[in-house]
Design a protein around this ligand. Structure first.
Ligand SMILES: NC(=O)c1ccc[n+]([C@@H]2O[C@H](COP(=O)([O-])OP(=O)(O)OC[C@H]3O[C@@H](n4cnc5c(N)ncnc54)[C@H](O)[C@@H]3O)[C@@H](O)[C@H]2O)c1
Length: 409
């Protein structure tokens, strides 16, 4: 929209009138802007009946609704279903629960349609009965897509139960499902009205999924928050073994809280000015240039964060070979990835796959690579001139490191 235009306009070729020189206006330009506000909040004790946060979340001001449609991921339902039901009963809300199995291979339109069916069956009252999505990133992306399609937009609340959910999938605007072999190929921008983040859910998450989420935290650390990197480097083992839920030691608790808050803050700082991704040069794309192809090629072997980490290891080596990161820094970064239980290499990373991934990324980024590369630790730049020989050289170096590590075991 031109800077001088009012925010909402309808105008013909020569102004806003119905007639121009006695003839009716026959073409119009419609221009408007939609303000978007949503809340992301850490909220401990979300399932404590004394805590009204979840019951009140997403209700349009001044309205009350006494029903909720809950969409709960299957494993979460098994672990927390009784507590969830008890919570809503204690808060006086009638609920229906759609239990959805959700993993990467079920991240499909069929799953989104299952949610739509539940919404239809429930007879959602859009203004005061937000859908409540409780689960990991896959479930939230599916429910978000269904909610954005249903009656062209229905409010929903996100309650992420995985680490990726807490620091990434739960806090942005994007929704989506996979299509064919393409990750998140169908999707929308439809943030939840409220995202309530309760790290308590991490207590039951297996360690591999904690590592998986730490990869997205490491991403923020590597491109914009050196302090966060130092926290991860110094406390990797404790963060992993406590699942960011240390019981006793107040200083461990403080570290876990710092890590989570810095990760969410850093993520939102990057997302907010560019929520609809009109700007294609995005720091948060770090780790996401090659990983979509790596993840889909390696499916179901690599989790999302693991594929992101392989991409980050690869681009760290690329950056070192360009002199953007020095030897010690590169070794440190790779060592922290090892300590966080993350892979730095996968056989799916063939030169052909990586070149295909880059071509796909270039298409997605409007004809340019716009490839984020680390500069030291905690900063990044964008490049447009990565070459195929560079890709092959960095791949070979990483593969040799992986072989050497394996033979030392
Ligand atoms: N929309 C976005 O902006 C965005 C951002 C990042 C990632 N994502 C998407 O998120 C997805 C990855 O999310 P994810 O890592 O949460 O995977 P996921 O949703 O598949 O969940 C991982 C596993 O954890 C289990 N689980 C969930 N909560 C649990 C709990 N509290 N205790 C025990 N087990 C639990 C689930 O059953 C599942 O098997 C990817 O599809 C990715 O594309 C989206």
């Amino acid at each position: 929209m031109a800077a001088t235009m009012p925010r909402h306009t309808i105008s013909g070729p020569s102004g806003n009138g119905l007639f121009t020189n006695g003839t009716p206006t026959r073409s119009w330009t419609v221009s408007t802007a939609k303000p978007v506000t949503y809340e992301v909040r850490f909220e401990n004790g979300l399932l404590d009946p004394a805590n009204p946060a979840l019951a009140e979340a997403g209700n349009a001001a001044g309205t009350t609704g006494s029903r909720r449609l809950l969409v709960v991921e299957e494993q979460v339902q098994r672990l927390y279903g009784d507590r969830i039901a008890a919570y809503f009963a204690a808060r006086g809300l009638d609920t229906e629960t759609c239990v959805l199995p959700a993993h990467e291979q079920l991240k499909t339109m069929e799953s989104a349609f299952r949610v739509v069916e539940s919404m239809d069956g429930f007879g959602i009252a859009r203004r005061h009965e937000p859908v409540v999505a409780i689960g990991g990133g896959v479930l939230m992306d599916i429910v978000g897509l269904a909610a954005s399609l249903y009656r062209r937009s229905t409010p929903y609340v996100r309650v992420p139960t995985t680490l990726i959910g807490l620091v990434d999938a739960g806090v942005g605007a994007k929704t989506g499902v996979n299509y064919g072999r393409h990750k998140n190929r169908l999707g929308t921008y439809h943030p939840s009205s409220v995202a309530l983040l309760d790290p308590m859910f991490l207590a039951t998450l297996d360690q591999r999924h904690i590592s998986n989420g730490l990869a997205e935290i490491l991403k923020i650390a590597l491109v914009k928050d050196r302090t966060l990197f130092e926290l991860l480097a110094a406390h990797s083992k404790a963060l992993l073994s406590s699942r960011l839920q240390p019981d006793d030691d107040p200083s461990d608790r403080r570290v876990a809280e710092d890590v989570l808050c810095r990760a969410v803050h850093g993520m939102l700082e990057e997302l907010q000015p560019n929520l609809w991704e009109h700007q294609l040069q995005r720091l948060v794309d770090y780790g996401h240039s090659f990983s979509p192809v790596i993840e889909m090629e390696a499916l179901p072997e690599l989790l999302h964060g693991e594929a992101v980490c392989v991409d980050m290891a690869f681009t760290t080596v690329l950056a070192r070979r360009r002199g953007l990161v020095d030897d010690d820094e590169a070794q440190r970064v790779l060592a922290v990835m090892d300590d966080l239980g993350l892979p730095v290499w996968h056989p799916a990373c063939t030169p052909a796959a990586m070149e295909r991934a880059l071509a796909d990324t270039v298409r997605h980024r409007d004809g340019q690579q716009r490839l984020p590369l680390p500069v030291g630790i905690g900063q990044a730049c964008f490049v447009n001139d990565l070459t195929a020989p560079e890709v092959r050289g960095a791949l070979e170096e990483l593969r040799e490191r992986d072989l050497a590590l394996r033979s030392a075991l």
